[in-house]
Write a protein that binds this ligand. Structure first.
Ligand code: AMP
Ligand code: ZN
Ligand code: FE
Ligand code: FE
Length: 279
């Protein structure tokens, strides 16, 4: 049986692994395909494709777009995106810049909580990738202000915690729309973390085509619930490990996987979508 892990990050966002390491890990885990889903970045796709061609691992071009509502944070995955579109890359550049500005704002708020961080150190941790809260959390940990990364989120930079910066760039509707416009299949990431299933129906009206039923944070009863919701609304059921390398403690790749047939289905749907929209 062939399997795919449909949620993998690289160091172009907040994983500790390079494209070379990501694809070698996929090969070691016996995966036929992985989807590269960096936060608001497509920079890892091409380097992974080069390694994938060498090692015989299929790379699915994908993204995890960050969106916010005033009361909740939403991540939307997009599969088989036509990432080479100029306007799309320009939009992502704007988000990269927004992410840099957001780090400065978080650093200011952290100062008020008696945590002094050097923004340069955070940017160094991010390297050439999309800078984000996991890098800020690592800097807080390094400064000895918390014992775990989770504590950094729970106390300071988790959604609506004192040093969180609510600065809405994309609504969920815009995130779904941008994915559709590059011919990608929009899928709601880790719905359990969102904590409110009523949003799913709202997002379907914007064009959502699937939900990430299988995820490292979804225990069996949660999986059952989302399988039933997906069936009810005729949504695709995707899954992946959300591997961040050592960014989340241990390498999770392949610990959540789906049968390869789903990859064919996503590819076919994305092809039909592109034909419909003339992309
Ligand atoms: P950002 O894209 O900068 O908003 O950061 C997103 C990253 O932070 C992802 O890797 C999330 O998994 C991680 N993250 C968000 N909230 C938490 C939390 N409460 N605990 C641990 N990690 C979190
Ligand atoms: Zn991440
Ligand atoms: Fe996410
Ligand atoms: Fe993710």
């Amino acid at each position: 049986m062939k399997y795919a892990d449909l949620h993998v990050h690289t160091f172009y966002s907040d994983s500790t692994l390079s494209p070379e390491e990501v694809v070698h890990t996929a090969k070691e885990k016996g995966l036929a395909a992985i989807a590269i889903c960096d936060h608001d970045s497509i920079d890892g796709i091409e380097p992974c494709e080069q390694v994938g061609a060498r090692l015989g691992v299929e790379i699915i071009p994908a993204i995890e777009v960050t969106a916010e509502k005033p009361e909740v944070e939403i991540h939307v995955l997009g599969y088989f995106i036509d990432w080479k579109k100029d306007w799309f890359q320009k939009k992502l550049k704007e988000i990269q810049e927004w992410r840099v500005g957001r780090v400065y704002k978080m650093v200011d708020k952290l100062k008020d909580c008696n945590i002094k961080l050097d923004p340069k150190e955070i940017f160094n941790l991010a390297g050439k990738g999309s800078v984000g809260r996991l890098h800020v959390a690592r800097a807080i940990l390094k400064a000895g202000k918390v014992k775990t990364l989770k504590e950094a989120f729970d106390k300071y930079i988790g959604f609506l915690k004192p040093c969180y910066v609510l600065d809405i760039r994309f609504s969920p509707q815009e995130a779904i729309d941008i994915i559709l416009k590059v011919g990608g299949i929009p899928v709601l990431a880790h719905p359990y973390i969102i904590g409110n299933d009523t949003y799913i129906e709202e997002f379907i009206t914007y064009g959502l085509k699937g939900i990430e039923v299988y995820h490292i944070e979804h225990k069996n009863s949660v999986v059952k619930r989302y399988e039933s919701i997906a069936r009810q609304h005729n949504l695709l059921m995707t899954g992946g490990s959300d591997c961040h390398g050592l960014g989340k403690g241990r390498i999770l790749m392949g610990s959540v996987k789906v049968p390869y047939e789903l990859v064919d289905k996503l590819r076919d749907e994305a092809k039909a979508l592109k034909e419909n929209r003339g992309i």
